[in-house]
Design a protein around this ligand. Structure first.
Ligand SMILES: Cc1cc2nc3c(=O)[nH]c(=O)nc-3n(C[C@H](O)[C@H](O)[C@H](O)COP(=O)(O)OP(=O)(O)OC[C@H]3O[C@@H](n4cnc5c(N)ncnc54)[C@H](O)[C@@H]3O)c2cc1C
Length: 390
């Protein structure tokens, strides 16, 4: 904790040092701006959130100066197997990484330049105008800035105090379960990583994805059920038996498995902000709106928001006086941000329908996807066999 005798003056104050806020601090400080970052915790605490960096997200991160720092802390894998209807349909080549969310955020924090003033504490109030912003801490101290970046994730308090409301688009949209799996009777799994899709719409399973984090094989199971559903409770209490009951074909593909350690469970509401267009303050990441974990687009939104905000907008805004809504609105209208938000939203509902909808049209779409992936996988295998021979 840093103590201040009088109001600290800065260019940008970032409230919230999760993935979005920490990445913003790392990027803006490298542009030579004066940045203050305030977060509740000195070290980001463990908890179930995003645990994988996809190939698409690696490409996004390459637009930030800290990509190598981040990826250096993660477990890489270059191939993952896709299974539908109980059989492997494709062995897809794509560089991905497993990393726990707290390790990811703490790694980003480590790459924040020493010029950033980091404060461990709680922000209790924000007063914004089109000139100067005032951010008050629980200790009574005040930070004055030209711009506030609100990156407080799911925490509603500060948004509400600014008159920003949440429009819940889909309550308890999906539930994520996170746990480690161990092979029984052998020392390792046969696959580098695997995504196994739900077997029948009535199971209300999107998929289970298995991937390495360090020495462990991590599993993320995505289901469309209420968090107090009997099946979710059974997965918490007797995970091994319940997993076999929910996805009976999984064991015949991966062999006998043991759930090792606790099962973490989180339900997520899909929401977006209303009333966020205000002078002096800009919302990024989950503070602006959530994504469905099953669709795996939450950190796409974080990376896109922060990279566009920092690479395109902030330095430009600071060149001229004032921080009125005409400046702030340019970020919310940024074409890459708008496209990313739209894709994330659409994918949340497409995947849900593809997983649980029992209508004929979705039945056909599932089969078409299955046949398409199977064809792609077969061609790929033939090509690699030919390459080995020549
Ligand atoms: C179970 C689950 C699984 C997910 N899986 C995936 C996935 O597979 N792929 C994917 O792309 N995305 C996934 N996501 C989404 C992704 O994890 C989030 O979109 C991302 O973590 C949001 O980051 P953030 O920085 O906006 O919020 P956070 O990381 O929550 O950071 C918010 C920060 O604000 C701080 N804060 C809050 N209030 C205050 C205050 N008053 N004063 C000071 N500090 C404050 C907190 O301490 C915290 O550090 C998942 C999410 C969940 C819940």
């Amino acid at each position: 904790m840093m103590y201040m005798d009088k109001a600290l003056q800065t260019d940008v104050v970032i409230v919230g040092g999760g993935l979005a806020g920490s990445l913003a601090a790392a990027m803006l400080a490298r542009q030579g701006l004066r940045v203050v970052l305030v977060d509740l915790n000195e070290v980001y605490p463990p908890g179930l959130r995003c645990e994988k960096i996809s190939g698409r997200q690696v490409a996004m991160l390459r637009k930030s100066p800290i990509v190598d720092d981040v990826l250096g802390a993660a477990s890489p894998f270059s191939e993952f197997w896709v299974a539908r209807f109980g059989r492997i349909v494709e062995k897809r080549l794509e560089g991905q990484y497993g990393i726990s969310y707290d390790a990811l955020v703490n790694r980003v924090r480590r790459s924040i330049p020493g010029t950033v003033v980091k404060i461990t504490g709680k922000v209790t109030a924000i007063d914004c105008s089109d000139q100067r912003q005032a951010v008050s801490l629980a200790t009574g101290e005040v930070i004055q800035a030209r711009l506030v970046i609100l990156a407080t994730g799911l925490n509603e308090g500060l948004r509400r105090s600014l008159g920003i409301t949440r429009e819940v688009v889909s309550k308890s949209h999906s539930v994520t379960l996170g746990f480690n799996l161990k092979p029984v009777g052998r020392s390792s799994f046969d696959f580098p990583a695997l995504t196994y899709y739900g077997e029948h719409p009535t199971d209300r399973v999107a998929y289970i994805t298995l991937f390495p984090i360090g020495d462990a094989m991590r599993a993320n199971l995505m289901v469309y059920r209420p968090v107090d559903d009997l099946c979710v409770r059974a997965l918490r209490e007797q995970p091994g038996a319940s997993l076999g009951g929910l996805l009976p074909g999984l064991e015949s593909l991966v062999g006998p498995v043991l759930v090792d350690g606790p099962v973490q469970i989180r339900s997520i509401d899909l929401y977006r902000s209303k009333g966020h267009l205000q002078p002096g303050v800009v919302l990024v990441g989950d503070a602006f709106g959530t994504a469905c974990p099953a669709a795996g687009t939450g950190t796409d939104k974080v990376y896109t928001d922060v990279i566009q905000l920092c690479n395109v907008h902030v330095a430009q805004w600071l060149k001229t006086a004032g921080m009125g809504v005409e400046k702030i609105s340019a970020f919310y209208a940024d074409p890459l941000k708008v496209a990313c938000d739209r894709r994330s939203f659409n994918e949340a509902f497409r995947l849900r329908s593809a997983s649980v909808d029992e209508s004929l049209s979705w039945w056909v779409q599932r089969r078409v996807r299955f046949v398409g992936q199977l064809a792609r996988g077969t061609v790929q295998q033939m090509r690699s066999r030919l390459a080995v021979r020549t």
